[in-house]
Design a binder for this molecule. Structure first.
Ligand code: G6P
Length: 611
């Protein structure tokens, strides 16, 4: 979703901003633009990719030591040059970029129209900008003061960066609900939606909090709250490397991230899981163990792929800890006045830690007294900071829009959490606990073994790439993997796909089955295996094309399948960490075979920072 970059310092701003915008491309966008301030304010913007903006600026005067840049994901008004950011105020003096949604923009717009303003775009951003200019003009105050007054009247979410043609040094920034990181250099500052545009220049950063305003000059960074009181910036060190956000020889980020999983899962387990000693070390769990194991219920809140990780955790926690678990779409949970009792525990799962619906759902639950436990990948993100306790997945930056390595990291954390809680609660037999710890430790190696056979899935992908629909079926722990397989395929290949519990298939989807429908069975050896084999027979009898993900050594399923892909055996609780890998690979290879930009599929955003 929208990406923001800003620079003020001694270097040329444009190349830094352009590179930053390219680094933020993964978030998903439809247009981009820059505002550069030299002797005059120059604004350039273009519908389409950042490369198109770059091309259109060849030969233009882009000299400047201060500037702001933006990638826009349309909310108000179609993707177009006109609606792209930065916007300029009516007088031409101010330029602003914005990530988020101003909910009361229509009312503000009416007021401004009554005051004689007219608008060149359909955006809420231009409204906020002119509202700020109107205040600056009427009160004869500084831009900083005008922003502060304006933001007190604004409802919604925002991260804004403004420059003023009359102040060639300063960027004014503010946030509520949308992320903002400021990198501290020598005589220069970098601003961005996340650390990826900053990492190659400095590792010292400040994560700006909600309702804070930053006054950023080359040599000075002042943070204030909206009450005009100074706030001490909390400087943290980034622990990521530049290589982690580059492709490293792979054709796409998505395939790089799929292949990183043996290491990322290992990194997640490292220092936590000690199978030989029979221990799991997770301070976030330990510090809250009484509250966690005596919870009357656990509510898991998430969106997208993270929600699927939550569904698996529901099965695992209920099985091992005997605590009732509910899994909620954050967007539904936040709006339906949910019942939260004292003693409830909320587990929030989010790769980015910035998903707007998840964030607001948590704020509500926190205000009602629930313990919030965050399972987050992005260090220092809003959800991580809002949580009472948590565990980072340590999967490294995930750039491909479709989540892959973050998902297996989430499962690693949630499995360890369930095991630790079950042990403390006494609801797991020691022998089984030890067995699961040992198996969890072996998962990275088994993922590596699956990846060695990736070529087999490429061949299957070629065979079915022209199908118009796919059905994915699974049972038990593998049911959420069927959902995830369908989600991945539709995201990356634009093929319509549905995931279903295999038995539920008889209550509807079976009507779709004919010789043109590929049906992917997630059919690893587990307590449901015989049942899913019967479901395969039902599809085969109706001439559907059966593609089965099976456990090595299964001799029955291949006879019922048109295509099979075998994975190493694992306890059924942990099997999803393996069975998801062929789902990721299949969708990747189908997407590539269809010529789709798999890292940035149309309309999707990596980090959905608007509701
Ligand atoms: C977007 C992404 C998905 C992701 C979902 C939730 O839809 O494209 O890959 O699963 O958001 O994001 P989160 O960062 O909260 O896990």
């Amino acid at each position: 979703m929208c990406g923001i970059v800003g620079y003020t310092g001694t270097k040329q701003a444009y190349p830094i901003i352009l590179k930053g915008l390219k680094r933020l491309e993964y978030r998903g966008y439809d247009s981009s633009g820059v505002a550069l301030l030299d002797k005059t304010l120059k604004v350039f913007k273009k519908k389409g990719k950042v490369a198109e903006l770059e091309e259109s600026l060849i030969g233009q005067d882009v000299q400047a030591h201060i500037g702001i840049g933006h990638t826009r994901w349309a909310t108000h008004g179609e993707p177009s040059d006109r609606n792209a950011h930065p916007h300029q105020s009516a007088s031409g003096r101010l330029a602003m970029i914005h990530n988020g949604i101003i909910e009361n923009y229509a009312q503000l717009k009416r007021e401004l129209i009554n005051n004689g303003y007219s608008f060149t775009s359909d955006t809420d951003t231009e409204v906020l900008l002119n509202f700020i200019e109107d205040i600056q003009h009427n009160n004869e105050c500084s831009l900083e003061e005008a922003v502060r007054i304006a933001l007190k009247r604004v409802t919604g979410a925002y991260c804004i960066l403004l420059i003023d043609a009359q102040d060639p040094e300063t960027i004014i920034a503010a946030r509520k609900g949308s992320p903002l990181v400021i990198g501290i250099g020598k005589g220069e500052h970098f601003l961005a939606s996340d650390a990826s545009p900053i990492i190659e220049y400095t590792k010292e950063v400040v994560y700006v909090n909600d309702y804070e305003l930053a006054i950023v000059k080359p040599d000075e960074l002042i943070l204030k709250n909206l009450g005009n009181e100074k706030v001490t910036p909390f400087i943290t060190k980034l622990d990521m490397e530049l290589a982690a956000i580059e492709k490293g020889g792979y054709e796409h980020f998505m395939i790089k991230e799929i292949f990183e999983q043996p290491e990322t899962i290992y990194d997640c387990l490292r220092g936590r899981l000690d199978a030989a000693a029979g221990t799991i070390t997770m301070s976030g769990v330990e510090n809250n163990i009484e509250q966690l194991i005596s919870a009357s219920r656990i509510v898991i809140v998430a969106c997208g792929t993270s929600w699927h990780a939550g569904l698996i955790a529901e099965y695992v926690i209920e099985e091992l800890c005997r605590i009732p678990v509910e899994v909620e779409y954050a967007s539904e949970f936040r709006y339906r006045n949910p019942i939260i009792n004292k003693g409830d525990v909320i587990i929030a799962i989010s790769q980015s830690g910035e998903t707007a619906d998840t964030l607001v759902a948590l704020e509500r639950a926190k205000a009602q007294g629930a313990l919030i436990f965050g399972v987050v990948n992005a260090v220092g993100s809003s959800i991580a900071r809002l949580s009472h306790a948590g565990a980072y997945t340590h999967s490294g930056p995930e750039i491909g829009v479709a989540s892959t390595k973050a998902f297996t990291g989430q499962l690693a954390i949630l499995n360890m959490m369930a095991l630790k809680m079950a042990k403390a609660k006494g609801t797991i037999a020691d022998e089984y606990y030890r067995k699961l710890l040992a198996e969890l430790q072996d998962i990275p190696e088994k993922v590596g073994a699956i990846l060695k056979n990736a070529g087999e899935l490429k061949i299957i992908a070629e065979k079915y790439k022209n199908a118009s629909d796919f059905l994915f079926l699974g049972r038990g722990y593998n049911f959420p993997i069927a959902l995830e397989g369908a989600l991945k395929l539709k995201e990356i290949s634009y093929i319509h796909a549905e995931g279903y519990p295999a038995a539920e298939m008889k209550h509807g989807p079976i009507a779709l089955v004919d010789e043109n429908l590929p049906v992917v069975f997630v059919a690893t050896k587990d307590s449901y295996h015989e049942k899913i084999v019967s479901n395969m027979q039902e599809i085969k009898a109706r001439k559907g094309k059966v593609i089965s993900i099976i456990t090595e050594g299964d001799t029955v399923s291949p006879g019922l399948s048109n295509d099979v892909f075998a994975i190493p055996p694992a306890d059924e609780l942990l099997a999803p960490m393996l069975s998801v890998i062929p789902m990721q690979l299949l969708s990747y290879y189908v997407g590539v075979a269809k010529g789709i930009d798999v890292d940035k599929p149309r309309n999707l955003a990596k980090s959905v920072t608007v509701e």
